[in-house]
Design a protein around this ligand. Structure first.
Ligand SMILES: Cc1cc2nc3c(=O)[nH]c(=O)nc-3n(C[C@H](O)[C@H](O)[C@H](O)COP(=O)(O)O)c2cc1C
Length: 191
């Protein structure tokens, strides 16, 4: 007979679930688009990840109550702005409901006209590929169409419900980083 596990509980509330999931450190993005009259929209989004290299796919999860999501769904495209640790205020503005979130940030249009927030670590313009149900969120898969330049800056991190940054600035040149990545011996199944 299999031994009984000494760990875990099947009875937990959403607060305990949030605390457990808060141990997983992520970066922060602002996902932007343009509405039918050309006004910019966007929201702070932690639930973002690279999904596939070939084809190049990303994934993010907007709450079903998000006001930005219907605009992205209608347009069929969006930009993911990856925030640097100098953009905590940007995360705060885009992470809360507000009349004009873009009043306090400088931005330029991506090739398809969607907001690229200045000083973001990088950005990627995507088209919506599929949308599936994810409980109180949608699960959106997008195909990367255009990549922005990469700034040599530190990322803004989110951990245990608060902001965090890496201790030391990354001074590694881009080419060296790339070579480190390509020689990584942790297996070849990941991106
Ligand atoms: C750090 C951070 C991460 C967030 N991550 C998400 C997320 O992954 N998905 C989501 O729907 N909302 C997320 N939010 C909350 C939304 O940004 C917030 O509800 C926002 O007001 C939604 O704007 P909207 O209604 O204009 O779409 C996050 C907020 C913060 C501050």
């Amino acid at each position: 007979m299999a031994p009984q596990s000494p760990y875990g509980t099947a009875e937990f509330d959403s607060r305990a679930f949030r605390t457990a999931m808060g141990q997983f450190c992520t970066g922060i993005t602002v996902i932007t688009s343009i509405d039918g009259v050309g006004d910019p929209v966007g929201f702070a989004c932690q639930s973002f990840a690279a999904l596939s290299l070939d084809p190049p796919l990303v994934i993010f999860c907007p709450m079903k109550t998000s006001r930005t999501w219907p605009v992205i769904a209608e347009r069929g495209s969006f930009v993911v702005n990856v925030l640097s640790n100098r953009q905590q205020a940007v995360s705060a503005v885009f992470g809360a409901p507000g009349q004009d979130k873009f009043a306090s940030v400088e931005w330029d249009p991506s090739p398809a006209g969607m907001p690229v927030i200045r000083n973001s670590l990088t950005w990627v313009e995507c088209g919506v590929e599929t949308v599936t149900d994810g409980g109180d969120h949608h699960v959106v898969i997008g195909r990367a169409n255009v990549l922005g330049e990469v700034l040599q800056d530190k990322p803004l991190l989110f951990y245990r419900g608060g902001y965090l940054s890496t201790e030391h600035p990354r001074v590694t040149p881009v080419q060296e980083e790339l070579e480190n990545f390509l020689t990584w011996n942790g297996g070849d199944t990941w991106l």
